[in-house]
Design a protein around this ligand. Structure first.
Ligand SMILES: Cc1cc2nc3c(=O)[nH]c(=O)nc-3n(C[C@H](O)[C@H](O)[C@H](O)COP(=O)(O)OP(=O)(O)OC[C@H]3O[C@@H](n4cnc5c(N)ncnc54)[C@H](O)[C@@H]3O)c2cc1C
Length: 442
């Protein structure tokens, strides 16, 4: 075994995540450009008693990507490796925003996406990143195979025909099982989305939750605290040749840049300086946003720019419980006299069979709470987390929460199976960090 991994190491520098809610100062940073170099770094770490932590785009709000050992920056391990029908193999450091250009020549697209595309495919799938659509799973459900560099420096292929028993763990592994070097995703023929966005009364939307999610491929809504209005988004899939009708340049700038970023930032600063104005400002904002319809290629509709920093907690809850929980949160905000500037986002997903997926074994609703990154979210998040827990909620692995291994074991029927795979692949916790110790145990 070579110790030449050291040639890949640079001194570590301080790091912060996108939401400024996690930071660290690793001992070393390594930027490998291929699998052999990843193996060199892993071997070096093992021999020197260091831990290794791959980093994606640093967009998790939890400290899941933090490390005091070697930060493995996989920026250079990116790009398209192969296309075989709908099966697309990508280097794990590929950012989601690279995909439209890589997939377009093959007439393919991701089946579903969340609301941004800055993440890497390795990082997004490792934390269970999802979009919305009650017949659609999160990104990790689209994975058909992965290649991992494991703690012993070996290369492990996991697919339906190779080490298949590991697949339900390896497709959504929290970065705890090894370094993903490539992933194979099942894509779908490229498609258009017809989007209808409009403000609606909250009571009607909650009463209609089951029908709207059944009738619309991708339905979500944003609750404006202190108002009785939500912004609903109904996205319907159309064939790629159905005819684009994109948002006009001014309308796109107004809604996606000006209202959703510049005005939002100003509103959040105002809310911080003068919290008493927040309810009135929220009511005013509901009159300015939404009410548009357009049709465009899927990624243009799924994804929006997010330039105003915030922190977030998101819980996966039983699908049927969504209206009751949203009503409970809405009432609680008024009872506690909190002043909440940021909307609450509500989405859905199909049940899946990944052991640590937040939608594992049950049809799911997602409820996401946000706070401006300069505000302290602790009381708001903690109090609502108790409601989520009462309803059997499971926290997004990449978003803020306070749960530990003991309470998560009760939330995931296959939790111990995952831990057994971790014990087998990484008995000495080469890929460990404080967050994984909290949520999975030592
Ligand atoms: C503005 C914003 C919007 C968001 N929108 C959504 C959304 O719509 N839906 C949703 O579900 N989430 C959303 N998220 C959360 C985000 O998708 C996840 O936190 C995701 O994990 C971030 O991907 P990343 O590439 O930044 O990974 P990082 O945060 O850098 O890493 C996440 C984890 O993956 C591990 N990892 C990364 N690469 C590898 C690899 N190659 N091998 C093994 N492990 C690896 C890291 O070690 C770490 O444990 C959003 C976050 C932000 C900041």
């Amino acid at each position: 075994m070579t110790l030449s991994g050291s040639r890949l190491l640079q001194p570590g520098t301080p790091w912060q995540n996108w939401g400024r809610s996690a930071s660290d100062h690793p001992k070393h940073v390594a930027r490998p450009s291929n699998v052999d170099e990843v193996i060199e770094v892993v071997d070096f770490a093992r021999t020197h008693g260091l831990t290794v932590k791959p980093i994606g785009a640093g967009h998790s709000f939890t400290a899941i990507a933090a490390t005091t050992g070697i930060r493995l920056d996989l920026d250079a391990v990116d790009g398209l490796i192969s296309v075989d029908g709908p099966l697309v193999t990508l280097a794990a450091g590929t950012n989601l925003h690279q995909l439209p250009a890589l997939l377009a020549p093959h007439g393919l697209a991701l089946a579903n996406m969340g609301d941004i595309d800055r993440q890497t495919i390795g990082g997004a799938t490792s934390t269970g990143t999802h979009g919305t659509g009650s017949a659609f799973g999160g990104l990790a459900t689209q994975l058909r195979a992965v290649t991992l560099v494991t703690a012993d420096g070996g290369v492990l292929r996991v697919s339906e025909t190779e080490n298949a028993a590991l697949l339900p763990a390896a497709r959504l592994g929290l970065g705890a099982l090894g370094v993903l070097v490539d992933v194979t995703i099942e894509c779908v023929p490229a498609f258009l989305l017809s989007a209808v966005e409009r403000p609606e009364p909250m009571a009607a939307v909650l009463d209609n939750w089951h029908d709207a999610t059944a009738a619309t491929d991708h339905f979500e809504f944003y609750v404006w605290p202190h108002t009785d209005t939500v912004l609903s988004k109904y996205n319907t899939r159309l064939p790629i040749d159905a005819g684009r009708r994109p948002v006009g340049r001014f309308a796109g700038w107004w809604e996606d840049e000006f209202m959703s970023n510049s005005v939002l930032a100003a509103k959040l600063e105002l809310g911080r300086a003068l919290p008493g104005l927040t309810p009135a400002v929220n009511r005013f904002a509901t009159r300015l946003v939404g009410d548009r319809s357009y049709t465009d290629v899927s990624h243009e509709v799924f994804v929006s720019p997010r330039r105003t920093r915030f922190v977030e907690m998101e819980y996966a809850v039983p699908f049927d419980a969504v209206p009751e929980i949203v009503r409970e949160i809405h009432a609680l905000i008024e009872r506690r006299r909190w002043k909440i500037s940021f909307p609450i986002e509500v989405r859905s997903a199909a049940a899946d069979d990944l052991w640590l997926s937040t939608a594992s074994g049950r049809r799911t609703g997602y409820i996401a709470l946000h706070r401006y990154h300069r505000e302290d979210p602790a009381e708001y998040f903690r109090t609502i987390e108790q409601i989520m827990q009462t309803h059997g909620g499971r926290p997004h692995w990449g978003k803020m929460h306070n749960r530990d291994a003991e309470s998560l074991r009760a939330a995931y029927p296959r939790f111990d199976d995952f831990v057994a795979v971790r014990d087998r692949l990484d008995p000495d916790r080469l890929f460990g960090n404080a967050y994984l110790e909290r949520v999975l145990g030592a």
